[in-house]
Every structure is written in C-alpha cells, then in structure tokens.
Write a protein that binds this ligand. Structure first.
Ligand SMILES: NC(=O)c1ccc[n+]([C@@H]2O[C@H](COP(=O)([O-])OP(=O)(O)OC[C@H]3O[C@@H](n4cnc5c(N)ncnc54)[C@H](OP(=O)(O)O)[C@@H]3O)[C@@H](O)[C@H]2O)c1
Length: 333
C-alpha cells in the first residue's frame, strides 16, 4: 500500500501558496504496541492551520518544516493493537494530511452511532459544530429573544451558530462574502437578515440595517473593520464571544485593534475569547443534542468536498479566501 502525504515545505509570509507544501509518496508502516493503523477517508481543513504554519508559540504547537501536516480526520481502522478499537471501526482524531496514519489508540475516538454521512463528523457533528455551541451557549450565554450577530455567518461555524440561535428563540443576522452566501443564510440556515461585507459601501450602516434593534450577542469570527462596525450597535450589557479573527490570519504584521472601545465601557459589555477544546463536557452535550437535530432536519448543513490528498493545499487556500460554501472537506479515499 502506498501512502501519499503532504509536508510543510516552507513557512508563508502573508498569503499561503502552493510552494509552501510538498507532496510525497511512501510505504505504509506497521502499528506498534498500543497503536492503530487508520485508512483516512475524510480530512478537514480549518482556519487555525494558518496560525500553525507560523513558527510562534500558541495554544497548539506550530507545524514543523519537512513534516506531515496534521488535521482532523475520520477514517476506518485497518489494524489495531489497542484494546477497545478493532479493525473496521470508524474513528476520528488528529491525524495527518495523508492516506494512512498510525497513532496511539488513546488519541482516537470511535464515532457515535448516527445516520449522518461520515464527513459530517468533521463539520456539523464535529469541531466546528461544537465551537458554535460552546461560543453561543457557554461563552456568550445567549438566551431567548436575544439579538444575535454572526460574522463569517455562512461558514462551518457560523452556519451552525445561526441555527442554534434560532432553536433558542433569538433573532439572528450575519455577514458573508457574497450575495449567494447571504441568500443561503436566509433560505437554508434560518437567518432573519444578512449582508455581504464585500459589496457593502458602509459596514456601519449595513450592520444597523440588519440589526435595527441593536446586538445583545456578537459571535465574532472575523475581527478588523467588520467587528468595529458591530461594536457601535451593541446594546447595554451585550456579550461578545471571540471565536476567531480570520481577517488577520494572512496579515504580515498585526493589524490595529478596533477603534471606539469606549463603547465597551459605557454599554457595560463583556468580551471573552475561547478555544473549543477547553470545553469537552459542552462538546459532548452538543453532539448528544445535534445527532437527533440533524436526523430531524432541524440543523441543516452544507459542505464543499475536494478530492485527493494532493489537492488539500488548494482546498485550504480556497477556505482562507472564501472560495467554498459551508464546511471545506477533503476526501482521501
Ligand atoms: N476558538 C475556537 O476554538 C475556534 C474553533 C474553530 C474555528 N474558529 C474560528 O472560527 C472562524 C470560522 O471558522 P470556520 O471553520 O467556520 O471557517 P469558515 O467560516 O468555514 O471559513 C472561513 C471563511 O471566513 C471568511 N473570511 C475570510 N477572510 C475574511 C475577511 N477578511 N473578512 C471577512 N470574512 C473573511 C471567508 O468566507 P466569506 O466568503 O464569507 O468571506 C472564509 O471562507 C475562524 O476565525 C476560525 O479561526 C475558532
């Protein structure tokens, strides 16, 4: 069996390019004691990977030059020397941008019983869905009748935030990168209103138009000027869940923070950053709720699937540039 792999060739400065990756082919190894050999079926590309391409200290270590990149993967067990995991099981874990991975069995999780397609465990039933739930429910403490605003609203996390907010009884609006994505927000994900930040001639005015009564909860995925515009619509005692700052990820130097922070004082606003992996109990709580919601059609989901591990670098670049709809996945086998 051959194993095609994607390695980090160089660290990007600014936008990622194909030159930052090398594709190689090697043999598949044998799992040792306590290890499992997995045939990788789907892998996820995610915005946080851009940060891991830089050689900086963060909440996860950077990717190493010349090594296989890591990703969330779902796959099928080919051979196992780990008690509790058997050949044929479907598992998920942090594995590689490669066709086969060997890892310590304790780092894998067997997939829960669900009628959903396997790839959905990397999206609506996986890390992005969990992130939406943790940020909305545990960090922003959203409640019925809140006015919620979500940036990058049609993406993997944002599309779930909007639907969870509607289930809770909130009014929800958001921004996305095209008129087609804004239509998707309203027609598929149940958003009450939305606008394209790319065609808006005034972000401040667009936010006011879609949130005429102001914003109690801001679920922030983007940062920069878009976040600054929403700050001016925040209501007294509003809550901001800082999930991500994708507008900054490819910047060559940190961009200045939002202006007008005095609003935070006068309106007594709470702002808190979070990392989903710090909240395992809330993640399990979410998956238990989401499996029936997905089966009943209460939670809708869109994904874009690229084919072949050699196309993972391009899929990752598409994700960063908004050239995909919903969750970006790569099919490996
Ligand atoms: N804190 C955590 O634990 C955690 C976990 C997962 C994800 N996150 C964060 O959550 C955010 C969304 O992640 P995701 O997985 O759901 O990705 P995603 O929304 O599916 O994809 C990222 C999207 O962001 C939009 N975008 C890119 N640059 C932008 C800019 N300059 N201004 C406005 N929008 C821009 C693009 O869509 P458009 O077409 O709309 O422009 C792009 O496709 C990211 O910031 C990510 O880092 C955080």
């Amino acid at each position: 069996m051959k194993n095609k792999q994607v390695l980090l060739a160089s660290r990007p400065s600014g936008w990622v390019s194909l030159d930052n990756f090398t594709v190689t082919e090697g043999e598949v190894g044998e799992p040792g004691d306590g290890e499992v050999l997995v045939r990788n079926i789907f892998m996820s590309v995610d915005p946080y990977m851009r940060g891991r391409m830089n050689d900086v200290k963060s909440y996860v270590p950077p990717f190493q030059l010349g090594e296989v990149l890591q990703a969330g993967v779902v796959g099928e067990v080919v051979a196992s020397n780990f008690e509790g995991i058997a050949e044929g099981d479907h598992v998920t874990g942090m594995l590689g941008w490669e066709n086969y991975s060997i890892c310590d069995g304790s780092l894998l999780r067997k997939l829960p019983q669900s009628s959903a397609p396997l790839s959905w465990h990397l999206g609506i039933l996986g890390m992005p869905g969990m992130t939406a739930y943790v940020g909305l429910m545990k960090i922003a403490e959203a409640k019925a009748e809140d006015q919620v605003f979500v940036s990058a609203a049609s993406g993997a996390v944002g599309s779930v935030v909007g639907q969870l907010a509607k289930i809770l009884g909130c009014r929800v609006s958001g921004s996305a990168g095209s008129d087609e994505k804004v239509a998707l927000l309203k027609e598929e994900f149940g958003y009450d209103a939305g606008f394209s930040y790319k065609t808006s001639d005034s972000l401040l005015r667009s936010v006011k138009e879609v949130c005429p009564d102001g914003v109690d909860v801001l679920f922030e995925n983007v940062g920069g000027e878009l976040m600054e515009a929403v700050l001016w619509s925040m209501r007294d005692f509003g809550r901001i869940a800082l999930c991500g700052m994708i507008a900054d990820y490819n910047a060559e130097a940190p961009t200045p923070g939002p202006r007008g922070m005095m609003v935070m004082v006068g309106r007594r606003i709470t702002m808190r950053g979070f990392i989903v992996t710090d909240h395992p109990e809330a993640c399990a709580e979410y998956v238990a709720k989401a499996i029936p919601w997905v089966a009943e059609g209460k939670l809708k989901y869109r994904e874009t699937i690229a084919e072949g591990v050699e196309n993972a670098p391009q899929a990752f670049m598409d994700l960063l540039q908004g050239g995909k709809t919903g969750k970006q996945i790569v099919q490996l086998s």
